[in-house]
Design a protein around this ligand. Structure first.
Ligand SMILES: NC(=O)c1ccc[n+]([C@@H]2O[C@H](COP(=O)([O-])OP(=O)(O)OC[C@H]3O[C@@H](n4cnc5c(N)ncnc54)[C@H](OP(=O)(O)O)[C@@H]3O)[C@@H](O)[C@H]2O)c1
Length: 348
């Protein structure tokens, strides 16, 4: 619908001053300028339908053309308080992608009577809470096994310590890894999403906590046997682990520096002065590459089957995510460097 058509549909204002108010009717010159102002702003009508049932949930009249999706979500919340903004997914198509909060109404492919579809994303929880819960869990769980608290192993082993130095080293590495992650979540990452669905926390915690318990049970078991090639294997594994931890941290800092505080901008990451970031020449998500390297190092250090499983599952999961991120980079940036692979240089 064009501007004139909408104006025709707007209620006509009285030409003379409102009856009984005593306010004089505008002069012709004033009327002309008011008309101009009216023409300049074309308000939108927005209807929001349920994406599943197509029922009309809400109708918003006279929405400013430069209103953002975030503002429309806030208006929708007024009539449906249970659906606070972060719980809402607003789409142009019932099965399409969610619009971004910063998308502007008049820049979307809609007429002045816009139809959007709503999906409930379910109860939300902040990302920081999610990460803190996910990462504090493995840290504490591992230490319970390390200190051999009662009811884990036979009572005679309660609060005893392992005679193998690699067990103590593994505990230090595991704890270091999760303390690093907690601190990065609090002080390094600049997330673009404020929240995530509450149900995901159960899934993620089962994964992280479950694997931590499984790995810790075997590594700290009184019958644990150290790696076959002894000290040499452990030392090599430790170097690999530490190298990859520094690499992972360097990439997190590089990603942080791509995004000014408080913004949600996404840019192409490039190598910086820090040599650990030079891997950006070949890989789109080197933080995952280094993360995998760390777990490979930990697998070699402990030579423990559950750790190898954790490494393999993490590998599969991070490869899926890295491929998705790599595709979005290619889609978003037409001149995205062609030499890069998602997670492993030249391979994957
Ligand atoms: N062991 C495992 O199974 C496992 C699995 C997954 C992750 N992890 C660890 O957890 C870390 C974080 O994981 P993640 O999946 O959140 O990593 P990620 O998606 O690479 O994001 C890390 C941070 O950088 C930001 N970011 C990413 N690309 C950006 C760009 N092009 N421009 C600006 N900012 C950008 C992200 O913001 P957004 O909020 O916009 O994404 C986020 O704050 C990983 O690096 C890894 O060490 C471990």
């Amino acid at each position: 619908m064009d501007a004139l058509a909408l104006e025709a549909r707007l209620p006509k204002k009285p030409q003379n001053g409102p009856l009984g108010t005593g306010i004089p009717a505008p002069t012709p010159a004033k009327r002309k300028s008011t008309k101009k102002a009216k023409k300049a702003v074309v308000f939108f009508e927005v209807e929001i339908l349920d994406a599943k049932t197509k029922d009309k949930l809400c109708f918003l009249d006279k929405v400013e053309p430069n209103a953002t999706i975030g503002e429309i979500k806030s208006m929708f919340t007024k009539s449906h308080p249970q659906f606070y903004p972060t719980r809402q997914s607003i789409r142009l198509d019932p099965k399409g992608k969610s619009l971004k909060d910063e998308d502007i109404l008049q820049h979307l492919p809609v007429g002045t009577t816009a139809t959007f579809y709503f999906r409930d994303l379910g109860a939300q929880i902040s990302w920081v809470t999610v990460f803190l819960t996910e990462y504090a869990g493995p840290l504490i769980i591992y230490l319970l096994f390390y200190f051999r608290v009662p009811f884990i192993y036979a009572p005679k082993y309660d609060f005893t310590t392992s005679k193998h130095w690699v067990v103590h080293l593994a505990c230090m590495c595991h704890s270091f890894h999760y303390v690093k992650r907690l601190l990065e979540t609090l002080f390094v990452h600049r997330f673009s999403h404020g929240t995530m669905p509450l149900r995901n926390i159960f899934k993620n915690c089962t994964y992280y906590w479950g694997f931590a318990a499984w790995m810790a049970y075997y590594i700290n078991h009184p019958l644990y046997t150290p790696p076959i090639y002894g000290e040499q294997q452990v030392k090599l594994a430790l170097i690999m682990f530490l190298f990859c931890q520094i690499g992972n941290f360097s990439i997190h800092i590089a990603l942080r520096n791509l995004r000014p505080p408080g913004s949600k901008t996404r840019k192409i990451p490039y190598p910086t002065k820090n040599p650990f970031t030079w891997i950006f020449l070949l890989v789109s998500c080197p933080n995952y590459t280094y993360e995998l390297g760390s777990w490979l190092g930990f697998t070699l250090m402990t030579q423990c089957l559950p750790v190898a499983f954790f490494f393999i599952v993490g590998f599969i999961q991070m490869t899926v995510w890295a491929k998705g991120k790599h595709r979005s980079y290619q889609k978003e940036f037409p001149h995205y460097p062609t030499l890069r692979s998602p997670i492993l240089p030249f391979v994957l």
